[in-house]
Design a protein around this ligand. Structure first.
Ligand code: PMP
Length: 395
């Protein structure tokens, strides 16, 4: 039987640089001790007070169908939080609760792209982006950013790629680069969106993990609230990756249509999860800071360690739980480096190439193991890169 092109062409096919990840997982299952720095998941679990709120809600009977758009309480809490953080007026009717940010990304693209429309995204990119855009029926078109620009996208590059496009997907703080977009970058992006009449889909799931500079939501920029869909999530801010709770924030008309989409696809998010999320968001800044703290510490450690050598370049590590290391001086591709590192030192990192061609010659390090092991792994990576660079120079 024939399957739809939409599903069979969802992923690009071919080598996607994830071999190292699967190899590391296999080695762990065979009993090898591997320093696992591949995937963006906290090494802590969901906070016990959040679990208590979840448990209480479920035991009080909140286990039936939930209201599809999200509970009034959670929609109000998300709206109030966004308004407090950005100053942009936001109400319950601007919010749809979704099963995680991933589902919000898909819903946002379905809302604005017709089949065959072009959806733009920036390379390097979070691995699911092109598949999500294709899954929504659109054609995914990548725009390269460069290491030389510290992966800050330039307005003119976006503009030059915008013919026929209806949307642009951005992510700041950024996975995989750890870069936080500057006000200048965001003003440039907003200008192109207004000039080219593009929807902006702004993935802000790392908005509580900013180590340098400030997080600016482009929805607050002039003329942008009516053309911006913000994607948010409890996953990263509250170590609730498994709870699958996120949102889309946007114009009321878009949210009204997205409620229809949710009715015909996900049928909402479990009520006890929503109550746990409302509790977690109401717990305020201190809890968010507690969850972000290990990454803030490890990022500071990494800056210190990397300052002692000159083979590896550190892409400005301004936010999110990743470091992007520039290894081009070592003379190997990111993929070859990551494979060799796994084989010789039992350290698993993601090749830059798995996030797009723009990150070739880089590796992404997730700061997701305890501080001592993390520091030791990073020192080993530095020594390994220095030795490779030396033999590369001697060739
Ligand atoms: N956007 C980015 C940039 C991510 O890194 C992730 C998860 N790694 C997501 C969205 C999706 O997260 P979730 O579905 O858990 O909210």
């Amino acid at each position: 039987m024939k399957l739809s092109q939409r599903i069979t062409h969802l992923t690009g096919g071919g080598s996607d640089g994830w071999d190292v990840f699967y190899r590391a997982r296999r080695m762990i299952s065979e009993g090898h001790v591997i320093s696992e720095l591949t995937i963006g998941e906290h090494d802590i679990r969901t906070h016990p007070t959040i679990l208590d709120a979840m448990d209480l809600s479920a035991r009080q009977g909140n286990t039936g169908y939930a209201v599809v758009p999200g509970s009034d309480l959670l929609r109000d809490t998300v709206a109030a939080r966004i308004q407090a953080r950005t100053g942009q007026k936001t109400s319950r009717n601007n919010v749809l609760i979704t099963p995680g940010g991933q589902s919000a990304l898909f819903a946002a693209h379905v809302a604005v792209c017709d089949p065959g429309d072009v959806g733009l995204y920036l390379d390097p990119y979070y691995a699911t982006y092109p598949g999500t855009i294709r899954g929504a029926g659109a054609t995914a078109r990548a725009i390269q950013t460069t290491a030389e620009d510290a992966f800050q996208p330039r307005a003119q590059q976006i503009d030059a790629a915008a013919d026929g496009a209806v949307s642009l997907l951005i992510n700041s703080p950024n996975n995989p680069t750890g870069v936080v977009y500057s006000r200048e970058t965001l003003n440039g992006i907003a200008g192109v969106c207004r000039g080219r009449d593009l929807w902006l889909i702004s993935d802000e799931v790392y908005d509580t993990q900013v180590w340098e500079g400030e997080h600016i939501s482009p929805r607050t920029l002039p003329g942008m609230a009516e053309r911006t869909l913000v994607v948010g999530s409890m996953s990263k801010s509250h170590a609730m990756t498994g709870s699958r709770c996120g949102w889309v924030v946007g114009p009321e008309e878009v949210i009204a249509h997205l409620i229809n989409l949710a009715t015909h696809t996900t049928y909402g998010v479990p009520g006890f999860i929503q109550d746990a999320a409302s509790f977690a968001l109401s717990a305020g800044h201190d809890l968010e800071e507690e969850i972000a703290a290990p990454f803030r510490r490890r990022r500071a450690l990494a800056v210190e360690i990397l300052a002692t050598q000159n083979t590896i370049g550190l892409v400005p590590a301004q936010g999110a739980m990743y470091l992007m290391l520039d290894l081009r001086a070592a003379g190997l591709s990111g993929e070859a480096f990551a494979n060799a590192l796994l084989d010789t030192h039992a350290i698993a990192v993601m090749p830059g190439e798995s996030f797009g061609a723009a990150a070739a010659g880089h590796v992404r390090v997730a700061m997701t193991i305890d501080d001592d092991r993390f520091a030791a792994a990073l020192r080993t990576i530095c020594n390994f890169a220095a030795a490779l660079a030396e033999s590369h120079a001697a060739e």
